[in-house]
Design a protein around this ligand. Structure first.
Ligand SMILES: *[C@@H]1O[C@H](CO)[C@@H](O)[C@H](O)[C@H]1NC(C)=O
Ligand SMILES: *[C@@H]1O[C@H](CO)[C@@H](O)[C@H](O)[C@H]1NC(C)=O
Ligand SMILES: [Cu+2]
Length: 323
């Protein structure tokens, strides 16, 4: 039992990360029963009804809180070494909120785009099912009109803006074609972190975001579409599958630029209110290191990159079930 006292939303709370004995089982969405799919969807709808509590600009609901944590530090967490570690921490916090705030008893599911039926064929994907899924494609850059999230008012985005809008999608089968097994295998075959992470961030990551399109294709505000969490969990699995190929070494393999290069596609220009980062807390240099602090803005405790290298540790305590 690890006990730490941290300053959390101005209060001292005791946080305990129990020893990891039974790992949470993250499963592929298409392998869940309909009952389990609805349990996940209903827990997400529950976060969408609970009031925001982080005080981040524009966020109205607990669901928005997670999007806000992503929005305010998009430049610190994409095209940098912290990209996969930050998203691993965000996904875990989201999973935790579903469980502790909304009574969900399962674990974060992941999409499995590389199925024959999904890659190059997102329109037919089982994740867009209007009853047991995330609703439709919005028929070309428009609001989704069916499914459980059709009427959600998104308060954040697009990009850095704070405006009320619907969840929109615009499926591109050109980009969905980037999520295939051959692209996954190409990344898993990389022999160093410095080549594996950019590979994952490029085609598999970009293919899921731009393949779904709309809000999902916005590098800053994409967690406004609940599909974000399933897509990024698939990428987290990819990182873990890569780590597991040479675990002892890869539990410690980190690096890469600490500062996002300007002019990346899908990234709206940074407003003047968000200065160009010069490094991160705990990691002031130009290269990402293990002591890098992932700022969760009080949504969950801050962690370091070292804390999220091993998904089976006491803090994370989950594993991936093969589909
Ligand atoms: C969304 O609103 C429409 C129109 O009011 C309604 O018919 C539909 O049932 C609503 N869908 C959900 C999931 O709440
Ligand atoms: C989390 O990290 C950020 C950046 O270092 C820091 O400003 C903030 O105070 C930390 N929050 C907590 C609760 O420790
Ligand atoms: Cu992101």
């Amino acid at each position: 039992m690890i006990l730490t006292k941290i300053l959390f939303l101005g209060l001292f709370v005791e946080l305990s990360a129990a020893a990891c004995t039974t790992k949470g089982q993250r499963r592929a969405w298409h392998t869940l029963t309909n009952t389990d799919k609805l349990a996940y969807i209903n827990a997400e709808l529950c976060l969408m009804k609970k009031p925001a509590k982080l005080g981040l600009p524009g966020a109205k609901t607990r669901f928005d809180d997670f999007q806000a944590v992503h929005q305010v530090q998009a430049y610190l967490t994409h095209y940098v070494g912290a990209f996969l570690p930050f998203h691993r921490a965000l996904l875990s916090a989201h999973e935790n909120a579903l469980r502790t705030e909304c009574g969900y008893t399962g674990w974060q599911p992941y999409v499995y785009w590389q199925e024959q039926r999904d890659t190059g064929n997102f329109k037919k994907s089982v994740v867009l099912d209007p009853t047991y899924g995330f609703g439709g494609d919005g028929s070309g850059g428009k609001c989704i009109t069916n499914g459980p999230f059709a009427n959600y008012t998104n308060s954040l985005g697009p990009g850095y803006s704070i405006t009320s809008h619907c969840i929109d999608r615009q499926i591109s089968e050109m980009f969905s074609g980037w999520t295939g097994q051959k692209d996954v295998d190409a990344c898993l075959a990389k022999t160093t972190w410095l080549t594996a992470w950019p590979c994952i961030e490029d085609r598999p990551h970009g293919g899921g975001h731009s393949g779904v399109g709309g809000q999902m294709s916005n590098g800053v505000s994409s967690p406004g579409d609940p599909l974000f969490y399933l897509h990024h969990t698939w990428l987290d699995k990819m990182w873990w599958d890569w780590q597991a190929k040479d675990l002892t070494k890869r539990l410690k393999e980190m690096g890469g630029t600490n500062i996002m290069p300007d002019g990346k596609p899908a990234f709206p220009p940074r407003p003047n209110t968000i200065p160009k980062p010069t490094g991160a807390a705990g990691d002031p240099g130009t290269q990402t290191t293990m002591t890098h602090i992932l700022n969760m803005y009080g949504n969950s405790p801050n962690v370091t990159i070292a804390d999220v290298m091993d998904i089976g540790n006491d803090l994370l305590c989950y594993e991936y079930v093969e589909p």
